[in-house]
Every structure is written in C-alpha cells, then in structure tokens.
Design a protein around this ligand. Structure first.
Ligand code: F0G
Length: 352
C-alpha cells in the first residue's frame, strides 16, 4: 500500500468536517526506533523506543495536526491562516498553507526562535512578524486577530490540530501491537500531550490496545503545570517549550492524572545532557525534544519510577537541525588545520 499521509491513513478515526479537502506532504509514518544501548545506559531492564517525529516533512511533529487544520481551512475556502509560534508550528503552517495556495502569517517572540525554524517559515513564504513579547503574548494577539478577521487560526486551540495529531498514538499502537506501559514527551502549549491521550483512549476503546501512563515534561524555567500557576517570564534553553500559559494546560493535567502519570520539570542542564546522549546513540534532536527522556531519567534516578520489564516510548518532537546554534554553543568546535598531510596525519593518528 502506498503511504499517502495522515488523513489518508487514519482519516476514518479523525473527527473532521465533511468539507475537509486533504492538503498533505505525506507527513506521519515516522520511525519508532529501538534504543537498547541507551536503555542499558539508563539502568537497563526495560524496552525503550524513540518515536522520531523530527522526520516529518518540516522537521517536527506539528505536521500531523497541521495537515488536518489546513485541510479543513482549505475545504471551507479560507484564504489565509495565522498562528503564534516558538518556531515549529510556524514552519509547518507555512509549508501546508503554501501547498494549499493560502497566505500564512506567523507571530513569534523576537530572538527566541531557533535558526532552522525561522529559516523554514521564511523559505515556505510566510509573513513572519516578530514581537517584543513571549509566545503567550503572541498567542493572545493571533486569537484576537482571527476573531476579528477572516483568517483561520491554526494553533492547537484549533480542534482539528488535535485530531490530526492523534495519529501519532495510532501509529505507536499499530507498530507495537499495543500501547506502551509508559509514554514520555515534552510539554509546552500542551496540545501534543492532549492529542496523544485522546488517541490512546480512542484506540483502546476500538481495539483494546491498552493505555499508557503518561509522563509530561516541562523545563524548570517554564513549568506552569508543575508550579500550579502561570509563569510571566518563562525561560529555558529549550525555546520550543518556552511557554508560561499553556492553552491546553487543563487537559494536559487531566491526561497525566487519568493515565496515572504526572507532569514534572527538569533543568536545562538535564535537557542538554540528554540531547547529547541521544545524539551519541544516533538520534540528534533539538533541545526541547530531549526533555521527555530527561524527565524519565530524572524519575528513574530519584527512584520514582520502576521500569523493570516495561515498554517505554519517548516522543522526540523535532529534528536537531532545527537548532544548529545550540550545537555551536554547547559542543566542541571543529579543529582548523592547514591542508598538509603531515598535520592531518598527526591530528588523525597522532604521528608526524
Ligand atoms: N517539542 C517541540 C520541538 C515543540 O516545537 C513544541 C511546541 C513542543 C515540544 C511542545 O508541544 O506545545 O503541544 O505541548 N512548539 C510550539 C510551536 C509551541 O509554536 O512550535 P505542545
């Protein structure tokens, strides 16, 4: 069977209006990569898989929900879409909008969007507006603009984003044959955790695939769901999840509670350490994407979670190429040498 994208594969399970007209880049169908060595490094005794969402067409998980939101908007004749973004939603909205022949406007926090994301939004032809404010300010603004003008909002407040995003849960269950025992992911605006929980529950009702316990992970400096109150000036190196007022915060807390899981916060150091560790195992992700596994490691080391004999799936939400600057800042710079054999030999094998 030729793969034709999320709506084609799982459309019958997604609650989308009849006017929906598919706009796709063949998103989804991302690999569920076994990570046996990393599991050993973390103590062993459990199965670990990474759902590598950075391999979607625009390099992040956002494409699953975006195909649904843009397909719905296109089907009712929308001419323009708008979103607030920490970067990945912007690039995804821009790609699907241009595919549908629609205009796209994105509003982003100035200086806080990783280079690969900003470049993507511009390359796909979006009108990019930077504000002196946070993601939360940007989200308030786009909600007001979309309420006043005929321009479709494609943030995860748009219910069709959640519908498309459920496909991630369906794929995991289809590949494993059932839901994992634990499911970990980073939490920012909280659309993803909400959708996965919807998806796992729907599949369980339909196919008795079981339900995972969910571990949602925020960055310490941007952890409103852990603190129990909004954060006015969120900060973290994981700019994708630098969010102080998550739009789907209530639902995220419900997902954690109903699944008998939890939402925790980890430090920027722990996030960057896990980014390196994942890369050392062949999976290079952007910082926010390492937060889920950093959280699991934290709870393992604190003795708060027992994974013996368990199956764990961690979502890595965005590709490492989204944020090249972080590598330049955190990792060793390449050596510069003259183009001379003797120098190269010395550097490579230590001989002159
Ligand atoms: N990981 C990455 C790489 C993200 O870009 C985001 C969110 C998240 C995790 C968190 O997902 O918001 O559904 O809880 N990025 C949004 C954006 C906010 O604008 O690209 P969430």
């Amino acid at each position: 069977m030729i793969y034709q994208g999320v709506l084609n594969r799982y459309g019958s399970l997604l609650d989308l209006p009849a006017h929906t007209t598919p706009v796709t880049l063949l998103e989804g169908n991302t690999p569920l990569i076994p990570m046996p060595r990393l599991a050993e490094e973390l103590g062993g005794g459990f199965e670990l898989y990474v759902k590598y969402e950075g391999l979607n067409p625009t390099g992040s998980f956002k494409d699953r929900g975006m195909t649904a939101a843009i397909s719905e908007a296109a089907g009712r004749g929308a001419k323009a879409v708008i979103c607030a973004s920490t970067g990945n939603t912007a690039a995804s909205a821009a790609a699907y909008a241009t595919r549908a022949g629609m205009r796209c406007v994105v509003i982003i926090p100035r200086g806080k969007v990783a280079a690969g994301k900003l470049a993507g939004a511009i390359a796909y032809g979006a009108r990019v507006i930077q504000i002196d404010g946070s993601f939360d300010d940007a989200l308030n603004l786009v909600v007001e603009v979309s309420n006043k003008h005929p321009i479709a909002l494609v943030n995860s407040l748009n219910p069709y984003r959640l519908e498309g995003q459920k496909s991630g849960a369906f794929e995991i269950c289809d590949v494993l044959g059932s839901a994992p025992d634990w499911f970990c992911l980073p939490v920012g605006n909280a659309g993803n955790i909400t959708s996965y929980w919807m998806g796992f529950r729907q599949y369980n009702a339909l196919k008795q695939s079981g339900l995972p316990q969910i571990l949602g992970v925020q960055a310490e400096g941007s952890a409103p769901l852990v603190l129990g109150h909004p954060v006015d000036h969120p900060e973290t190196v994981a700019t994708a999840i630098r969010i102080g007022r998550p739009a789907r915060g209530e639902q995220a807390l419900e997902a954690a509670e109903q699944s008998n899981g939890r939402i925790i916060a980890v430090s920027d150091e722990a996030i960057l350490a896990m980014q390196k560790r994942l890369a050392a195992n062949g999976v290079w992700v952007e910082p926010a994407s390492a937060a889920g596994l950093a959280g699991m490691r934290h709870d393992l080391e604190a003795g708060k979670i027992d994974l013996k004999g368990k199956r764990v799936v961690v979502v890595c939400t965005g590709h490492g190429m989204k944020d090249p600057d972080i590598v330049a800042k955190q990792m060793e710079a390449p050596t510069v040498l003259p183009a001379r054999l003797a120098d190269i030999e010395e550097a490579v094998v230590g001989a002159k």
